[in-house]
Design a protein around this ligand. Sequence first.
Ligand code: WTA
Length: 635
Amino acid sequence: MSNYHIKHLEEYYQVYRKSIREPENFWEEIAEEHFMWRKKWDKVLSWDFSKPEVKWFEGAKLNITENCIDRHLATRGDKTAILFEPNNPSEEAEHITYYQLYKRVNQFANVLKEQGIKKGDRVCIYLPMIPELAISVLACARIGAIHSVVFAGFSAIALSTRINDSDCNMVITSDGSYRGTKTIDLKGIVDEALESCDGVHTVLVAKRTNSDITMKDGRDHWLTPLLDAASVDCKAEIMDAEDPLFILYTSGSTGKPKGMVHTTAGYMVYTAYTFKNVFQYKEDDIYWCTADIGWITGHSYIVYGPLANGSTTVMFEGVPSYPDFGRFWEIIDKHKINQFYTAPTAIRALAKEGVGLVEKHDLSSLKVLGSVGEPINEEAWHWYNDNIGKKKSPIVDTWWQTETGGIMITPIPFVTPTKPTYATLPFPGIQPALMDENGQEITGNQVDGRLCIKFPWPSMARTIWGNHQRYKDTYFSAFKNQYFTGDGALRDEVGYYRITGRVDDVIIVSGHNLGTAPIEDAVNEHPAVAESAIVGFPHDIKGNALYGYVILKETGKGRDQNNLKMEINQIITEQIGPIAKLDKIQFTSGLPKTRSGKIMRRILRKIACKETDNLGDTSTLLNPEVVQEIMDHSL
Ligand code: WTA
């Protein structure tokens, strides 16, 4: 028997040790006992980090939707699979049972097929958090099409870049989306994006806001009549274990976004196993993750992980501040939520509103609280623990990444004693290593270094779509035979990990990864801008905010600075999305550069963070005098 469900600390250590000593046996037992296979694997694992190439459960055949839906029908057909809570609290919540989900996914899958989508085709999904989002994701998986969900807050340009990068030939969207009091014209954004996407032949449009939109003849189709006419039976495509399941874009420190490719079997096994343990899900629990399915957290822990365990998973369309800042607590009370998984930025924003709104609601159903996306600061951790968990619901501070597919370092609730700001211990199967700048592993405890993983795990991304070399360069070149996470971490005296933050040029703003280079590119598009550099600085609610140093061309120097700032942020909004807007913009005559012409971001970062007591060595700078100027005028 595999230890699928870990219940006490000794068991964790025992399971963990086994996962390290006999990784193949360990994962084979879990895969064998808890999933539905059309054919078993020939080999559990083959890997070579120098290529890099990783394969799990090679030779196995399966369909992930049979694991997430079909196999539950006999015992859980009438159980709610997806509980949809609309933006507007006076609109009724929708309970979609496993049987209804089965029918709706099949109908959708049949529509995709009728529209010419085949196994291996890429389908871009640009939808708000409405049931059609989860259903279209599963419909793609049903027929072996590769879904590429793009978060519906991204701009038209960001959307078209992603559509073109993976050659999607279909886009699934809606007439509009609701976010609090706002209605957003999603279809208009898609129309604009598609002006530069020749490969897209079909757009399927879900009706949500009844907005007045234009439908392009021959290309655009309303979903409802197509779904109504489609059969509720659709045979699942039999997939190879290593067939791609989806592409999901994440920002890199340089260049265009990286389309991380996740494959089928390993991803399924790992997300299901982590979900079960990290949230201690029990049969009648109601689980709610507040992320958007446009991010990895939504893929793994709203859709695949929960459904693979036959759980009830909540999808919330709205925002935490509408109709007021008590909305999350109202939903917990209304649906008697047992596991609640959110981001530190949301916790900080809600904490600021005081406990009055919390106390209006009964939160006694809660058993487990989760945090993800960025380091949770001590104050937010205690506020969450005291006021939401009432000191009886353990907080699981889960560290992981788009690239890792599933949760990597985390407490297991009621098993691992928690410690504020610590993600604590590696999940079974995960072998972290801390590395020094010379590429040596730092052993022992009470040390810090760069966080790497030295052995493959089933849900790791296999490549970057269309650019395997970039995958190798980004993740497998900094440290020999290690996957490099881009994060720094420390290990305390008992072996608990604390993630200290990114060590590259990715900045996490409100839990969203933003690479500085693409934002600088956007800023530099402004006709009055000569050059720019962007760094992060601490922000009470967002965790980090963006600070831009901008050199103007002669033509820009006489212009009104506030107007320029607005225009710069407008370009960022158009090119990337409002999440990447700069909080502070400082115009300067120069940027500190090394003799080889590289901008010394370390110095700019210190100035932005107001840590100017010790700027470090500036003697190697080409233009040390500019540092004083920047400090004198810093914001
Ligand atoms: C950061 C989100 C500290 C980290 C699942 C990582 C965290 C990046 C935590 C990945 C955490 C995520 N504590 N930092 N619990 N969780 N991060 O790809 O820097 O959106 O590398 O995946 O978020 O962000 P991504």
